[in-house]
Design a protein around this ligand. Structure first.
Ligand code: F0G
Length: 481
């Protein structure tokens, strides 16, 4: 694959693409970065991109597109109804996943909104291998609740277990027995489980989940937003499927699920999303909502150009070289950080490299948002922006108390085919400097706290002048840049 052993013995991942369009970046001085992060309420979501050197916030909608995708965009058919573009995308989904129907929606959370409307009634339960923020919010808005039943290993930050995204079948069975199958709206499996560090499930585990769901007549819904990474990990980590092609693995996954939905901002390296199913009844129920919330059934709120790009992007996802790039760069970054003693999620997953903020900043209590503080500190130390995935990303309990997250992670996302290895090395270096100086990093408190998804727009303030102190130390050790 893309990992090359040098004559010296060192192994590095190499890019199997060349860069043909570039975007200019700027690197602010540390004093300017200090001001920018303070203007942004210490929330990396509120930073302006022009103030960011390496945008590692997310892989969503910022993956590099291929020349083939850009070419396909020029051929898009804009007709309101019956567009050729829709037909091409639907046919690609049928070819790759064997599904009969494709229902477009403008992005992943739009699918979640509609699926919650169709399946979730007040008092129903949705068991899943792990929640995602927007998924959970939509289920709760419809009066349902989420029960997470992953294997215990999912919560272990440092582990050698290859499939931390697996469902614990016994826990799932207990939930079904306790509540009765009629109260289970659906079971959701998330590929490349985002919030535990981009961790995959195994194909055998998915088959076991399907078998249990089938026995009780419960629909199995797959969130395939991070399917590309999960496909790669099944191929390289699940012995039984080593000789299967990516195409065969993808098809087997799809055959096990009743509905598949995805964010096209991740899967397919474009923007948009959609749902696939072969079940005519589900198709009809979901279809009711598409023109109401999204757009006509042949565009679903998406630009037809993006739909063309998704069709090509899905095809490219079947190439092992293409889907190796992200996980191999992430593994490289994680290994380099581990060599320097820095705590990261292991095994390295997809999506990004995840720093363990609770361990990194073990002097901070969770109530002071260590992952949020680390996000602000990494920005000051490097100009790279990551995303808090910890207590700030949780919603308060109904009584107003904090719900402390299972994990305090700082995600440094590696959008596919975007960054070079020298940029990754730069971040490793600055994070290492920060680790040496971690005792300078203090906590944060909310000064403006929205009720829903507070991590997006919330503003925070440092609990002391630690950010100034950190910038001063940086200047003394490294200079302005
Ligand atoms: N499901 C998963 C697993 C996701 O990671 C996301 C988005 C969504 C659903 C929602 O899709 O953004 O198209 O509406 N994750 C982004 C992230 C936001 O940065 O991890 P969307």
């Amino acid at each position: 694959m893309n990992r090359i052993r040098f004559y010296s013995g060192e192994e590095i991942p190499v890019e199997m693409h060349k860069v043909r369009i570039v975007q200019k970046l700027s690197l602010l001085s540390v004093k300017e970065r200090l001001k920018a992060v303070q203007d942004a309420g210490s929330n990396t979501f509120l930073l302006k991109n022009r103030d960011v050197y390496l945008d590692m916030l997310t892989d969503s909608g910022v993956n590099a597109m291929s020349d083939r995708q850009l070419a396909a965009m020029m051929e898009a058919d804009d007709s309101y109804a019956g567009s050729e573009t829709f037909a091409r995308l639907e046919a690609k989904c049928t070819e790759l996943f064997g599904t009969k129907y494709f229902l477009p929606a403008h992005q992943g959370r739009a699918c979640e909104h509609i699926l919650a409307k169709v399946f979730v009634k007040p008092g129903t339960i949705v068991p899943m291998n792990y929640h995602f923020t927007t998924t959970k919010a939509h289920i709760v808005l419809c009066g349902g609740s989420v029960v997470e039943t992953p294997i215990d290993e999912a919560y272990r930050i440092s582990s050698a277990y290859p499939f931390k995204g697996n469902m614990d079948i016994d826990k799932l069975r207990q939930v079904v027995e306790e509540h009765g199958a009629s109260r289970i709206a659906f079971v959701r499996m998330e590929a490349g489980t985002n919030l535990i560090g981009g961790q995959p499930f195994s194909l055998d585990n998915l088959a076991e989940v399907k078998s249990l769901c089938g026995k009780h007549g419960i629909p199995l819904i797959l969130d395939a937003s991070l399917l590309a990474d999960n496909l790669y990990f099944i191929k390289v980590r699940e012995e039984k499927y080593r000789d299967w092609s990516i195409r065969e693995i993808a098809r087997r996954i799809a055959d096990l699920c009743d509905i598949i939905y995805f964010s096209g901002r991740k899967l397919g390296c474009a923007r948009g999303g959609g749902m696939m199913t072969s079940n005519a009844e589900y198709f009809k129920q979901i279809r009711e909502f598409i023109p109401l919330y999204e757009g006509f059934l042949t565009y679903g709120g998406m630009s037809v150009r993006e739909m063309e790009a998704i069709a090509v992007g899905l095809e490219e996802t079947m190439e092992l070289e293409m889907i190796s790039h992200g996980p191999q760069f992430i593994a490289y970054m994680a290994e380099e950080l581990i060599k320097r003693g820095i705590p990261v999620v292991t095994p390295p997953g997809g999506l990004g490299c995840h720093l363990d903020a609770r361990e990194f900043l073990d002097h901070l209590p969770q109530e002071e948002y260590p992952a949020g503080a680390l996000a602000a500190a990494v920005y000051i130390a490097s100009g790279a922006r990551g995303m808090e995935r910890g207590t700030m990303s949780e919603q308060r309990e109904p009584d107003g108390s904090e719900r402390l997250a299972d994990m305090e992670l700082l995600r440094l996302a590696l959008p596919r085919r975007v960054f070079t290895l020298s940029q990754v090395k730069y971040v490793v270096d600055r994070v290492s400097w920060l680790y040496e100086n971690r005792r300078l990093v203090g906590g944060l408190k909310f000064v403006e706290e929205p009720e829903t998804l507070r991590f997006f727009f919330g503003r925070l303030a440092p609990l002391s002048d630690w950010q100034e102190q950190l910038a001063d130390k940086y200047m003394a050790d490294l200079g302005e840049y």
